[in-house]
Design a protein around this ligand. Structure first.
Ligand code: CMC
Length: 392
């Protein structure tokens, strides 16, 4: 038997090498292919960042145009998938629907499930990135009993998603370009984050040779939890529950109480121990969007800002290096745009799809790829003899 390291939660285990995303948690640095996230969020846009993550370099104008055309050509989903959607309960959480529908893409698009074929890998990647907004919007429409809205390929990625969510047959939704820009920025800020839980799940699933749609469905399932992507929904619900700044001390006390499982949602990060660079951009974006919509004195934003201030001054949070993370302010923007909290995590999932796909492709290209197979520290009973049921 070999010697292995016991590392619960993989706090100090590197599971792969990668050239996609770099994080320096102490310095609050996040780069994709070397480019800082702040610059990408403000100066680039989501589909360009998708190209960068997938292919390693920023595209030329011609490459970008070709890529955007490819993505917009694949936004429709197979018409038969509509029936699949209709099998879900109306009140299903859109994440539950997405786990099922994305997993089922392997049945609807089995022509792109051969992972040994380079071309098919490419087709599967594009299909996933292109169809995810359609699937997320359909999950939403279905949950509120409205008809599905077909994608419009002349719109940009974010505008198309907003329209698919908010248009109704009786009234075409006019996409506000500033809101579309804020949506795009949310997508960009969530695009990839190296070997987080859902990405590691995708890599682990794929290490057995599973098909891409099943692997991404596994990632969506993992993302759903409140310690990971589900934090954006949980955070806004918490801010609403707090309601007014005078109740903040009560919640801070609960977060510090070892006997209370309550945590400040949107606070803390496994890797960032100084600040989350994504949160900074997200906070600016929240101000911009509320400004644009003329929402003054938004009570949730007031609670968020005051909570951030109080927590950052509190020695408990300082000692444990707990800072607002990307999800602390994203919910405020999504809420102002009109999304219900149940759509927050699906939006994270659609944005993270490019990260999962890029990491999946990188892993498959690794000549040293092995099935992921962690070991364990066994603490159970020593070997013993089976006892007949009458003699127990
Ligand atoms: N509120 C109160 N205390 C906290 C919090 C929090 N949000 N986060 C961590 N702590 C405490 C924790 O109780 C522990 O204390 P002690 O050392 O006394 O036992 C200490 O800080 C370290 O926490 P940990 O759970 O060992 O740290 P971790 O790296 O395993 O967890 C985390 C990281 C993000 C899961 C955690 O900070 C958390 O649960 N945060 C709230 C959920 C959240 O916002 N998640 C989104 C993360 S960013 C987006 C994403 O990745 O999807």
């Amino acid at each position: 038997a070999g010697v292995f390291t016991y590392d619960p939660g993989f706090t100090s285990t590197a599971s792969c090498d990668s050239t996609i995303t770099y994080i320096d948690g102490e310095a609050g640095i996040l780069t994709h292919r070397g480019y800082p996230i702040g610059q990408l969020a403000k100066e680039s846009h989501y589909l360009e960042v998708c190209y960068l993550l997938l292919y390693g370099e920023l595209p030329s104008a011609a490459q970008l145009e070709e890529f955007e055309t490819l993505v917009t050509r694949h936004t429709m989903i197979h018409e038969q998938m509509h029936n699949f959607f209709r099998g879900f309960r109306r009140d299903a959480h859109p994440m539950a629907t997405m786990v099922g529908v994305v997993g089922a893409m392997s049945a609807f698009y089995h022509d792109s499930t051969d992972i040994n074929d380079q071309h098919q890998r490419e087709v599967a990647s594009i299909r996933l990135i292109a169809k995810m907004p359609t699937i997320a919007a359909m999950a939403y429409k279905y949950s509120i009993g409205q008809p599905f809205v077909y994608p419009r390929n002349d719109l940009d990625y974010a505008s198309n998603f907003l329209r698919m969510c908010f248009s109704v047959p009786a009234e075409e939704y006019e996409v506000n370009p500033i809101l579309a820009r804020a949506m795009d920025r949310i997508f960009t800020l969530h695009a990839d984050h190296e070997q987080n839980a859902s990405t590691s799940t995708v890599r682990l699933a794929s290490s057995s040779g599973a098909n891409p749609f099943a692997c991404i469905a596994a990632g969506i399932a993992c993302l759903w939890g409140p310690a990971h992507g589900g934090a954006n929904q949980a955070c806004l619900e918490m801010l609403r529950e707090i309601g007014t700044p005078d109740r903040i001390p009560e919640f801070i006390a609960r977060a510090k109480d070892k006997n209370d499982p309550f945590r400040l949602m949107g606070f803390g990060h496994r890797v960032y121990k100084n600040f989350d660079p994504r949160a900074k951009v997200m906070k600016e974006s929240a101000d911009e969007v509320l400004d644009l919509l003329g929402i003054e004195n938004n009570p949730t934003l007031q609670v968020a800002k005051e909570l951030e201030r109080v927590a950052l001054e509190d020695p408990y949070f300082a000692e444990k290096k707990l800072y607002p993370n990307v999800d602390f302010y994203s919910g405020i923007i999504l809420d102002a745009m009109g999304f219900p909290t149940s759509m927050f995590t699906p939006i994270f999932a659609l944005a993270r799809t490019v990260g999962w796909v890029s990491q999946w492709k990188e892993q498959l290209a690794d000549p040293q790829l092995k099935i992921g197979r962690p070991r364990q520290l066994y603490l159970g009973a020593a070997q013993r003899d089976y006892v007949d049921i009458e003699n127990r």
